[in-house]
Design a binder for this molecule. Structure first.
Ligand code: HEM
Ligand SMILES: *[C@@H]1O[C@H](CO)[C@@H](O)[C@H](O)[C@H]1NC(C)=O
Length: 458
């Protein structure tokens, strides 16, 4: 049989299947994506691949329970939900049934090892306890606050000020990326990459992080995982790039661990006080293995850098779209800081309720983590009645959730009374840095950028 007739017979078989299944199979639920036998939703998925966020959001909006199921050839069945009851079920009530799962941890395993961000079960729990403990420690919080102060004061504001006086446009997204990276390295590693200081040479470590994140993300987008697995086995293309990047990240972090240990030993011989409060030093002091420390701090850098910079960037973008919001923000900042010689400090930030509401509203519409997936350990039924099968991917979708009129009573921006922060339920597994670190981070970053530069510019 030649190729042509092979294809032809395949096609006619498929047509026959379509016709039969039309009469035999129950119609798919009206709110899910369009499905065809065998290939599932491959066609609409492919058509919408450049706008998955908005496509998913519209599918969720037409579903009576803000949940739909999508299956397509080559991917596992995925339940996507923006239903608060379902999400509480996944992250809290039936949390043990929803680990990140091997499909996810395999993808990030080379970069994140067995760090908190990429582990399940006991391995995760131990690190989670440690992380929660470290995060509530006053010393780490104080370090964060002073690291933010000095990065904003010493680097961010001068860059903005000079751009202002020269009437030069700046790429805020790039600036915030650098800002967040410096701060997260300070508190996680106790190092200063000086990424925001353009007069300093760039560290290969920074580029390695970008490259490794990019290749890891590309693995996730591969239609079948066999593709990257084969490339990795052969050590070619992007997989080779990943291997090199991870190698240089490990080398950098291992070197810091080694030197920090020496420093601590020297200090210990002399004085009692170790003096450093960054996560890495605290993990060393806690007697953890080098590999555990390495993976833990890499997870923190990964978790903290792009999230906080995305929040900052979207905040400025949003505010620039609404001149009245901008005006009200400026008024608040002026009012709060007037009595304090224009200094934006911890106390004055706590008074800036409108700033906080705007920040929450930004993260409702542009959440830094748009979706997050788990994999079901066993069959289950979600509170809205959606059936979950063992092995299914279950994705909760903050981006869509922030845009459900059924939840918020609106879809657009509103930072007035009632806008902004939803009340947060304590979750089984959620970000342990976001509330504390990023709101702080964003507020301080914002407070400084606004409080200082805006005064100068306007
Ligand atoms: C606006 C900023 C941030 C957002 C929106 C955010 C969001 C998230 C989300 C959605 C998760 C996944 C939770 C899950 O597995 O279901 C997470 C985990 C995590 N985040 Fe964040 N994050 C932010 C900033 C940060 C920062 C600044 C740090 C660290 C300094 C951090 C540290 C972590 C850690 C360690 C985890 C893993 C927690 C675990 O698996 O138990 N995050 N974050
Ligand atoms: C981290 O920030 C603190 C507070 O500004 C600063 O004293 C310390 O030198 C920074 N650490 C590094 C390694 O830059």
């Amino acid at each position: 049989m030649d190729l042509f007739s092979a294809i032809l017979s395949l096609l006619s078989l498929y047509l026959l299947f379509l016709i039969i299944s039309h009469f035999i199979l129950p119609p798919p639920p009206p709110h899910g994506p369009k499905t065809h036998p065998v290939i599932g939703s491959l066609i609409p998925f492919y058509e919408n691949r450049h706008r998955l966020l908005d496509w998913y959001t519209s599918l969720l909006a037409t579903s009576p329970t803000q949940t739909f199921v999508i299956g397509r050839l080559g991917a596992r069945r995925t339940v996507v939900t923006a239903n608060p009851k379902n999400i509480e079920h996944i992250l809290k009530t039936n949390f043990p049934n929803y680990p990140k799962g091997k499909p996810f941890t395999d993808i990030l395993g080379d970069l994140l090892g067995r760090g908190i961000f990429n582990s399940d079960g006991d391995l995760w729990l131990a690190q989670r306890k440690l992380a929660s403990h470290e995060f509530t420690a006053r010393s780490l919080r104080d370090l964060l606050v002073s690291a933010l102060d000095s990065e904003a004061d010493g680097r961010l504001v001068p860059v903005l000020t000079s751009a202002c006086s020269e009437r030069r446009a700046v790429d805020l997204q790039d600036l915030f990326r650098r800002f967040a990276f410096d701060v997260i390295c300070n508190i996680s590693l106790g190092t200063d990459p000086g990424f925001l200081d353009v007069s300093l040479p760039e560290l290969p470590f920074v580029n390695a992080f970008d490259a490794a994140s990019m290749v890891s993300a590309r693995r996730g987008a591969e239609p079948v995982s066999a593709v990257w697995r084969v490339k990795r086995a052969l050590g070619v293309g992007s997989e080779r790039q990943l291997e090199e990047a991870v190698g240089s990240i490990h080398e950098y972090v291992n070197d810091i661990i080694k030197r920090r240990k020496e420093e601590i030993n020297v200090k210990a011989a002399g004085e009692k006080e170790v003096g450093r409060n960054d996560l890495l030093s605290r993990l060393i002091a806690g007697g953890n293995s080098d590999e555990a420390i390495r993976d833990m701090v890499i997870s923190f850098v990964m978790a903290g850098r792009d999230t906080s910079s995305a929040a900052l960037t979207w905040f400025f973008w949003s505010v620039s779209c609404y001149p009245d919001v901008e005006a009200e923000l400026l008024t608040e900042i002026m009012q709060v800081t007037r009595s304090k010689e224009r200094r934006v400090d911890y106390e004055s930030l706590r008074e800036m309720k409108y700033l906080e509401a705007c920040l929450c509203e930004t993260m409702r519409l542009f959440p830094p983590v748009v979706w997050d997936s788990k994999h079901a350990d066993n069959d289950d039924v979600l509170p809205d009645g959606t059936r979950v099968r063992k092995g299914d991917r279950v994705t909760y979708f903050p981006y869509g959730m922030g845009r459900m009129e059924s939840i918020w009573g609106r879809t657009g921006w509103s930072s007035g009374p009632g806008g902004g922060c939803p009340s947060k339920k304590e979750k089984g597994r959620s970000c342990c840095g976001c509330r504390r670190t990023s709101i702080q981070c964003s507020k301080r970053g914002l407070g400084f950028a606004w409080g200082r530069t805006w005064h100068l510019c306007k």
